[in-house]
Design a protein around this ligand. Structure first.
Ligand code: SAM
Length: 287
């Protein structure tokens, strides 16, 4: 297990990918490299992509062989793959969301439980941080984000409280925001999730990436996607159905694969994970 991130649904994802020696795979969300290292161990070649410099530096420090690293957003997976000579591959994995390293780094501002700047950028080259959204968006825009990306029922009241608070003093830290949300009876977890999705444009990135990823797969190639909340899972489910209807392959997981109780006991973050698998045209049953 890596100290950077504990992989979720590792065994199930690797089984879903059906890793074969000398075949090429893309790990679109490298993180601590847990899934990549397992593919390498089984003899596969991997292109590991992450938008976060920390992930690339961490995995690089492990000096893995047969692992090509690329810093970039998976919404450009087609270009990144071609640039690195991974144009036709046997499998691709997306393990969405944030790594434990990101959550635990107080300076990144992902956690409402640790005091830090309200940043939340996975890609620190992005211009807009969560605190910028909190500062410049209107009450209506904030409320829409909390409703759409956080499914927060007290979105309007929270936005109201934010606008009132920022007129007195700028809201710049995670605890500044968490206190406002708590005082109004909202859920910090939902509000933080919503802001993170907005800052990183997460849902659009997945929407754009999935068809591109499918286009990179060889016949029978596998696309494995692990999501952590219903908004992501809904997109994956819908896209896979659309691919199947268009005759681009078949859905392997009629119902998503979820972690065992043992896994959840050992890793609370696994609790909400859902794995969906798609096989590019010509795929056979999960073996
Ligand atoms: C849950 S972690 C992956 C953990 C990894 N599978 C492991 O086992 O160690 C998700 C990673 O995806 C990265 N990520 C999230 N959205 C991304 C995007 N649009 N493009 C590239 N990387 C992204 C994050 O920076 C984070 O490092």
């Amino acid at each position: 297990m890596s100290d950077f991130h504990k992989s979720v649904l590792l065994k199930e994802t690797i089984a879903g990918l059906r890793v074969e020696k000398n075949e090429k795979y893309i790990d679109a969300t490298l993180g601590g490299g847990g899934h990549s290292f397992e593919i390498l161990r089984l003899g596969g070649k991997v292109l590991g992509i992450d938008v976060d410099k920390d992930a690339i530096a961490y995995v690089k420090s492990k000096k893995p062989e047969s692992l090509t690293l690329a810093r970039g957003n998976f919404r450009d997976i087609d270009k990144i793959a071609l640039l690195n000579n991974f144009g036709k591959v046997a499998g691709i994995i997306f393990d969405l969301g944030v790594s434990s390293h990101q959550i635990d780094s107080v300076t990144r501002g992902f956690s409402f439980q640790n005091e830090g700047p309200l940043d939340m950028r996975m890609d620190r080259e992005l211009g807009v941080r969560a605190l910028d959204l909190i500062k410049i968006l209107t009450k209506g825009e904030l409320s829409e984000i909390f409703t759409k990306f956080g499914e927060e029922t007290r979105a309007w009241a929270i936005s109201n409280a934010i606008v009132r608070a920022r007129s007195i003093k700028p809201i710049e830290t995670t605890t500044d925001l968490a206190k406002i949300v708590l005082a109004i009876g909202g859920k910090s977890k939902k509000v933080f999730q919503a802001l993170r999705i907005a800052v990183n444009d997460e849902l659009n990135s997945i929407l754009e990436a999935l068809p591109k990823a499918l286009g990179l797969l060889k016949e029978n190639g596998r696309l494995c996607v692990i999501s952590f909340h219903s908004l992501e899972d809904r997109i994956v489910k819908k896209k896979f159905l659309e691919f199947e209807e268009k005759g681009m392959g078949r859905i392997i997981t009629k119902k998503p694969i979820i972690p065992t109780e043992d896994e959840i006991e050992g890793n609370k973050r696994a609790r909400s994970a859902k794995l969906r698998i798609f096989s590019a045209k010509g795929g056979s049953a999960l073996g």
